[in-house]
Design a binder for this molecule. Sequence first.
Ligand SMILES: NC(=O)c1ccc[n+]([C@@H]2O[C@H](COP(=O)([O-])OP(=O)(O)OC[C@H]3O[C@@H](n4cnc5c(N)ncnc54)[C@H](OP(=O)(O)O)[C@@H]3O)[C@@H](O)[C@H]2O)c1
Length: 279
Amino acid sequence: MNSAQRTQTATTAEPQLPLRYAPTIAVDDAAEAGPQRILVLGATSGIAEATCRLWAERGDHLFLVARNADKLNVVAADMRVRGAGYVDTAVVDLDDTTKHAELLAHAVNSLAGLDVAFVALGVLGDARESELNFAEANRILQTNFVSAVSLLTWLGNFCAQRHHGTLAVLSSVAGDRGRKSNYVYGSSKAGLSTFVDGLRNRIDREGVRVLTIKPGPVKTAMTEGMRSSDKFADVETVATSLVKAIGKRAGVVYVPGKWWIIMRVVTLIPEFIFKKLDL
Ligand SMILES: NC(=O)c1ccc[n+]([C@@H]2O[C@H](COP(=O)([O-])OP(=O)(O)OC[C@H]3O[C@@H](n4cnc5c(N)ncnc54)[C@H](OP(=O)(O)O)[C@@H]3O)[C@@H](O)[C@H]2O)c1
């Protein structure tokens, strides 16, 4: 199906998705057989954009969702230039969960199916403000946890019904243990990681892969200006690990891999010592 035909499919899509697309090939075979149909939620994220570049270069089909139209247009144009087989976009504030079902149905119809959904949206928020003011804590929890849960509930059921697909979710090492410096953000990611663990254990037997990605600090807009940010991982390193992990059967991946060891040590520190540390 060419781009023009797909665009036509998108414009005639029903708002609520009927069970229209049955799996035709398994994900492993699909990777070898041809382009993957990939939905990216939070496509203007630094990590997501670097990952999309790799997907575009191998000719995959992309449906990109973000809330900033200008930034999204730049990313979409770049993906077309890099060789993506198909690119469609939607501008949506994903904090509005009432829009999710219609958006996801439209995306799947536009892609004529779904092989991979990548949930990348997130906010760091203002840690100090979130300690003092519930409105800021609520904003962080809404984007990082509630909105992601809403998206993944729809996507998990969609993929389980078809016994097909991979859901890749950007959580964070910050969710592995509450620290005094960012426990509201950390708890939003802890909740997300636990939700994704449970979802994996529910739908793995249906043939759906659910991958939790836990990056350590990465050089993106989110961490710009932070102390020692020049030592953070590059988005390209994270993107390469992420694309590899999606091609394997891993459930939880730390990127870079050294963060698995670091977080094992961090979670073993007794609480009476941990509360004295400035972390
Ligand atoms: N950078 C790190 O050190 C790091 C480490 C661990 C985990 N992570 C996680 O990795 C993910 C990507 O982060 P990043 O580092 O790539 O940061 P980023 O460049 O700041 O990307 C975050 C993206 O989420 C989007 N977003 C936020 N709220 C949204 C909403 N309501 N609707 C639609 N899009 C929304 C942002 O859109 P706008 O541009 O419109 O704001 C932005 O594109 C996040 O979940 C983050 O928590 C990052």
